[in-house]
Ligand binder design. Structure first.
Ligand code: HPA
Length: 266
């Protein structure tokens, strides 16, 4: 960890980020537009480089609305074969760099039948169906407790800020429960039926490990999903990654304006 921090701090002297953002599939453009300094994951000791199409793989530092922000343009996923510890390592790094508020974003399938592709959803809570947990293993007491509380991972006050910002921008916004599966398969119709019965509104393959670790480390978390598709349904419609990227591409304008507005109001 020390070599990672030393390396990054050496690259961005005197830049202490207070806000972190992890940009999901097709949502990375924010980091192209606001980029004072970028460091590729391949250069950073301890980081793994992103292999998924639509994910760039760099840490981007920028001052946005007077706030110091670090963005992860692309994330690593459990389904790529990395361990839970590997995919959540950057979250611990962001904490050590000084990040207090972490905004997690993703593309997700709609489980709630009233949601439409390109809707934005504030994550109210999550359900971890990944079959494992990033905190398994010896506990680092300097970061957090052995048995961390998860009663309000996605902070209510941050969700209220996000809702108010959406309203100011005249954006329709949902608020719902995100269920994470390991992937890489999309779900079967029966799995979506189960997710719905569990109380989920959206389904995806990321975010939950990062949210668990961030909350454990004492960071304030906000989560925003871009609904990219109707999750697999009984009507036999098939789903592809291209469709996911295509829809997030259509929603990225409003997604970006919402994130910028939220940063302004944090
Ligand atoms: N399921 C799981 N992950 C996803 C989906 C989906 O339908 N859409 C985008 N990520």
């Amino acid at each position: 960890m020390e070599s990672t921090i030393e390396f990054i701090e050496g690259k961005v002297k005197d830049f202490k980020p207070e806000i972190g953002i992890i940009l999901g599939s097709g949502l990375g453009e924010l980091a192209d537009e606001y980029c004072d300094k970028a460091v590729s994951y391949t250069e950073i000791p301890g980081f793994i480089s992103s292999t998924v199409k639509g994910h760039k793989g760099r840490l981007v530092f920028a001052e946005i609305s007077g706030k110091k922000v670090v963005m992860m343009q692309g994330r690593n996923h459990f389904y790529e074969g990395h361990t839970m510890q590997e995919i959540t390592y950057p979250v611990k790094v962001l904490k050590k760099l000084g990040v207090e508020t972490l905004i997690l974003t993703n593309a997700a399938g709609a489980v709630n039948e009233t949601y439409k592709p390109s809707d934005l959803m504030i994550i109210k809570d999550h359900i971890n169906c990944m079959g494992t947990n990033p905190l398994i293993g010896p506990n680092d007491d300097t970061l957090g407790e052995r048995f961390p509380d998860m009663s309000e991972v996605y902070k209510k006050d941050l969700r209220e800020v996000a809702k108010k910002c959406a309203k100011d921008l005249s954006l329709d916004i949902k608020e719902g429960v995100y269920l994470a599966n390991s992937g890489p398969c999309y779900e079967t119709p029966s799995e979506i039926h189960m997710a719905r019965m569990f109380g989920a509104d959206a389904v995806g393959m990321s975010t939950v490990p990062e949210a668990i670790v961030a909350n454990y480390c004492g960071m304030r978390v906000l989560g925003i999903s871009c609904i990219s598709n109707a999750a697999s349904s009984a009507n036999g419609d098939s789903l592809s990654h291209a469709e996911v990227i295509d829809t997030t591409g259509k929603a990225k304008g409003k997604f970006k304006s919402l994130i910028i507005k939220i940063i302004e109001n944090l």
